[in-house]
Design a protein around this ligand. Structure first.
Ligand SMILES: O=C(O)c1ccccc1NCC(=O)[C@H](O)[C@H](O)COP(=O)(O)O
Length: 602
């Protein structure tokens, strides 16, 4: 039973347990709490206004959702117009709820995949931030659009952009996965992670999303992220804590975002190792770079503080550097930059990009089809880096186990002449991402002696591994249609042959060096120069060995004819070009090594 004044809304009410503990108790509370204005008339108008506002902004009719799980905490009460954050969160809730119903995308499906251990390998987010070679780390963001700026760079390829960021020295790639306002996706996240595959010292990958559910964290981990964003403003403390520890249970330290002194207090209480201070007030969109400076003193020295939003250039970074800020997150400025790599370099105050481009490696030489220990010795003494033996039954150059063992002995006991130490991109402990093939191509040069390469073609994996052990091979060359995954199952670096139209040549993380060559091998068949250039131009980071009809007289011309692409050829390989009347000629071996090495100088 209740009493209602004709005109005035009630300002206080006493509920008795026998009424509020009934099935209607919640509704009574809700009705009372949503009353607005002094009179019933005002209440009606204000309620109607609020309903339109809520629906237009897409929060939906179910106000229970907001109450239960966080409209932004700055709102002193529910009368306040929902902020953009509220809008986005509400929209994401609906989308995530819908997605969770789709067979194959249900929480149980994600969990089953996770239990299979198929999530991409992860690295520690805070450790990667701490290992930066710069006094302050860069978190570079993929952000096609934003609610405040609209479109920024809607056509950017996330994976390509991520590689540029990584090579320019970013410690973290932040990927906005929200589709409506930021034009991102989980697919972007997956592609970014894949683009970093095999990269030594790759950056950590952050899923920048409006996270309110464990589901999103698990989804991000399966797509390959190493950390997720948790926004204090949007999560009640219990939810924040739950999500924080859930993320940690998947091996990911979250980035906990704050904007006020109260929020940073909550993040500290939580034990967050990485706290991001958002310089942008998401209710007004106002950016104040001082926000980070003001709040950073509220955390212990061990906590990494990152300045988020509004960082537009090197000067902003410098002032944070002097204050001891651990990292800056830069999105819009990098996305708008014509050369994001140069821009990132300027932000970090580095000239690494230019050093990187000018680095040139001495060309490596492989003498293949070796059939005698004498030939192996002559090749090594001439400065050959690799001596190949054919281990393919039925091929004319195939050697017996006895001969192979004798050649192996000659290779191991002959000193090599004239090797310059290969430049090392990253000294130990220094952490800058580098290109996969630049790193792996250095496996094929030893200063003291040549390497022994066993060449196989469509033979069983177990046989290949057996030969590696028996002959103590340094390198395996796969010259057939073996799966590229085999490279990860063979205990020495793998050279794998590719034709000009073959798929997978530039795939990182498998073969250490792709060989461009004719299909059957050792035929003396030249490859078309313009087709070689097309393959190389498609992927700047690709490094290859080149074979097919090379000889002492043409090797220089073939290489220089490749013009700019020549720098992507790290090795040349010859077989029939050093033969005379079907046998290896010791003079031609020496001439070939000299001619090839002279193309770039020793
Ligand atoms: O040389 C062979 O007989 C051979 C047989 C089976 C698989 C691969 C083979 N050779 C692979 C090589 O690495 C050769 O050096 C490369 O094909 C270049 O040969 P060439 O055109 O004769 O210089």
């Amino acid at each position: 039973m209740g009493v209602r004044h004709k005109e005035l809304v009630v300002e206080g009410v006493q509920f008795h347990p026998e009424s509020i503990l009934t099935a209607e108790g919640r509704a009574m509370f809700k009705n009372f709490l949503t009353m607005q204005g002094g009179t019933w008339k005002e209440n009606k108008n204000l309620q109607a206004e609020r309903a339109t506002c809520v629906n237009v902004n897409g929060i939906g009719k179910d106000s229970k959702i907001l109450v239960a799980n966080g409209a932004s905490k700055t709102a002193s009460n529910e009368q306040k117009k929902p902020s953009i954050l509220d809008e986005i969160f509400a929209h994401r809730r609906t989308a995530v709820e819908a997605q969770k119903q789709i067979p194959s995308q249900r929480l149980s499906d994600l969990q089953a995949s996770y239990n299979l251990n198929i999530a991409p390998p992860q690295i520690s987010f805070p450790e990667r931030l701490r290992k930066s070679r710069y006094s302050l780390s860069l978190m570079a963001e993929i952000k096609r659009a934003s609610p405040s700026k609209g479109n920024i760079a809607p056509h950017i390829c996330a994976a390509e952009q991520a590689r540029k960021y990584a090579l320019a020295g970013a410690s973290v790639i932040s990927v906005l996965t929200e589709p409506k306002w930021f034009k991102g996706s989980v697919e972007d996240l997956r592609a970014v992670r894949q683009s970093l595959d095999g990269m030594p010292n790759r950056p950590a990958v952050l899923r920048k999303e409006f996270v309110f559910d464990e589901y999103q964290i698990l989804e991000g981990r399966l797509a390959g992220c190493d950390s997720v964003l948790l926004i204090v403003k949007m999560l009640d403390e219990a939810t924040l804590k739950r999500l924080y520890f859930f993320s940690k249970s998947l091996g990911m330290e979250p980035l906990v975002e704050v904007n006020t002194a109260d929020e940073i207090e909550i993040a500290v209480q939580l034990g967050a190792q990485v706290i991001g201070v958002n310089n942008r007030d998401l209710t007004t969109f106002k950016v104040d770079l001082e926000t980070t400076s003001r709040l950073m003193h509220k955390v212990s020295k061990e906590t990494l503080v990152c300045a988020l939003s509004g960082i537009a250039g090197a000067n902003d970074v410098k002032s944070y550097q002097s204050q001891g800020v651990g990292a800056v997150l830069v999105g819009e400025a990098l996305m708008r930059a014509e050369r994001p790599d140069e821009f990132a370099n300027r932000l970090l105050g580095s000239s690494q990009l230019t050093e990187h481009v000018h680095e040139r490696q001495n060309i490596l030489v492989k003498i293949c089809g070796t059939r005698t220990p004498e030939a192996a010795k002559v090749a090594a003494e001439a400065g050959a880096d690799m001596i190949g033996i054919i281990l393919v039954e039925g091929r004319k150059r195939c050697v017996s186990t006895e001969t192979a063992l004798a050649i192996a002995e000659a290779v191991r006991t002959t000193s090599k002449s004239g090797t310059k130490r290969s430049p090392v991109l990253n000294s130990e402990g220094s952490v800058k991402s580098s290109q996969y093939f630049e790193h792996t191509s250095k496996f094929f040069c030893r200063e003291d002696r040549a390497l022994l390469v066993g060449v196989f073609q469509n033979q069983p994996l177990s046989y290949i591994i057996g030969q590696v052990k028996l002959l103590n091979l340094d390198v395996v060359q796969l010259h057939g249609s073996e799966p590229i995954e085999w490279a990860t199952l063979i205990p020495v670096p793998v050279i794998r042959r590719f034709g000009l139209d073959d798929e997978g040549i530039g795939r990182r993380g498998y073969h250490a060096l792709p060989l461009l060559d004719s299909a059957s091998g050792g035929t003396g068949q030249r490859l078309d120069a313009s087709a070689i250039k097309s393959v190389l131009r498609l992927d700047e980071g690709l490094r290859v060995a080149l074979a097919g009809g090379l000889d002492p007289d043409n090797v220089k011309g073939v290489l220089t004819n490749l013009s700019k692409c020549f720098s992507q050829v790290v090795a040349v390989d010859v077989s029939s070009g050093v033969e005379e009347n079907g046998s290896q000629s010791l003079e031609r071996i020496q001439e070939f090594v000299k001619a090839a090495k002279d193309t770039r100088g020793r």
